[in-house]
Design a protein around this ligand. Structure first.
Ligand code: KG4
Ligand code: ZN
Length: 340
């Protein structure tokens, strides 16, 4: 039987977003995300609270995605879900729901790697842009990930660089915390950076071999500067907020640029596709757009709703797995540390 229209319901619950999306082939019919606000008061994601919030959100989110897509559950051809990597308690909510739903509907179940999802998000049909051509360099930058991957086909991916400690989003968020800004501080650093001098403060870039990243030293450098200067001038942060944000962002943008230049030199691949929440950063976007002119690279940045954690990226990955008949069974469980 050849199916013309494949309807996939996809679930993402790896961290602090409960998300469900319905796709008709590579077209997104609905994309619902419930972002958990509870973590803001703790300055970071609290795993125990995240899994509880997923339990509360998952049924309403799935119900809403079905209603927005205007299809019934009987029309679904498969259920796709994030199997990992992510937080165990969070993943388990999505995995358990997906298994029960597939069993009840008697349709195939598709396990998806979250990091592959970020990369394949570029293949969601979008009338404004075309997907990247293979081979490309995928770079996923978010609060949980910092990774450069060569992508030679839908499921032929190799990680060629990743962080050895914090993710770049944590570098933004923890620096913001040092400046007294609320969580998540990345977007606020971006906002104030627009008003400041990027060369006002100098932070040495970490020296990490090859294509790997490290951000823990950077975070400490920001902390030491703020502590040292605040002792001398108590209003140091408030009087220099814009310059501090601009300098922090400038350094982080250049760390990314340096590694991308290395990756291009090493692989000869000049098509770059980025994803993850930090790809919303205006400094990173501007830097990438400039590389098109300066170095002749081709850069792909997906729509914002497909860069942060979402279920549409799990759905598109599920769609390509469906075409390959790559299904899993009801014995599957969450794999918090799974690799690409
Ligand atoms: O992909 P995402 O929503 O969730 C995961 O971490 O997986 O990414 C969230 C991260 C946070 O660290 C947040 O501060 C950062 O993305 N972020 C930004 C910006 N928007 C979101 N960082 C810098 N500039 C932004 N405009
Ligand atoms: Zn993610």
């Amino acid at each position: 039987m050849k199916l013309e229209n494949i309807y996939i319901l996809a679930i993402e619950s790896s961290c602090d977003d409960t998300a469900c999306s319905i796709l008709q082939n590579n077209v997104v019919l609905s994309n619902v995300v419930a972002t958990q606000k509870i973590h803001e008061e703790y300055g970071g994601v609290v795993p125990e609270l995240a899994s509880r919030a997923h339990q509360q959100n998952i049924v309403p989110v799935i119900d809403s995605a079905l209603k927005k897509a205007n299809i019934t559950k009987k029309q679904l051809n498969a259920i796709a879900f994030t199997a990992g990597p992510g937080l165990m308690g969070s993943l388990l909510v999505g995995v358990s729901f997906a298994k029960s739903f597939a069993l009840a509907l008697n349709i195939p179940l598709i396990d998806v790697n979250h990091m592959q999802g970020h990369l394949l998000a570029h293949f969601i049909k979008d009338n404004d842009s075309l997907p990247p051509l293979f081979p490309f360099l995928g770079m996923t930058i978010s609060g949980g990930h910092t990774q450069i991957v060569t992508v030679t086909d839908y499921f032929k991916m190799e990680v060629i660089g990743e962080t050895i400690d914090d993710a770049i989003g944590e570098a933004f968020d923890k620096s913001a915390k040092t400046l007294g800004l609320p969580y998540p501080g990345g977007p606020l650093i971006d906002k104030y950076a627009k008003l400041g001098n990027p060369k006002a403060f100098h932070f040495t870039k970490p020296k990490v071999d090859g294509l790997n990243f490290s951000f823990s030293g950077f975070k400490t450098a920001v902390l030491y500067l703020v502590q040292r200067e605040t002792k001398l001038h108590p209003n140091f942060v408030s009087e220099n907020l814009n310059d501090l944000c601009a300098s922090i962002q400038h350094t982080l943008v250049h760390i990314v640029l340096d590694k991308l230049k290395k990756a291009v030199a090493q692989t000869g691949i000049t098509t770059i596709a980025i994803g993850g929440g930090v790809s919303a950063n205006s400094g990173i976007r501007e830097m990438l757009q400039n590389t098109e002119k300066r170095f002749g690279w081709t850069v792909h940045i997906p729509k914002f709703e497909y860069t942060t954690d979402n279920a549409a990226m799990i759905g598109i990955t599920g769609y390509y797995k469906f075409l390959n008949k790559e299904f899993t069974n009801l014995k599957i469980t969450a794999s918090p540390r799974s690799k690409i």
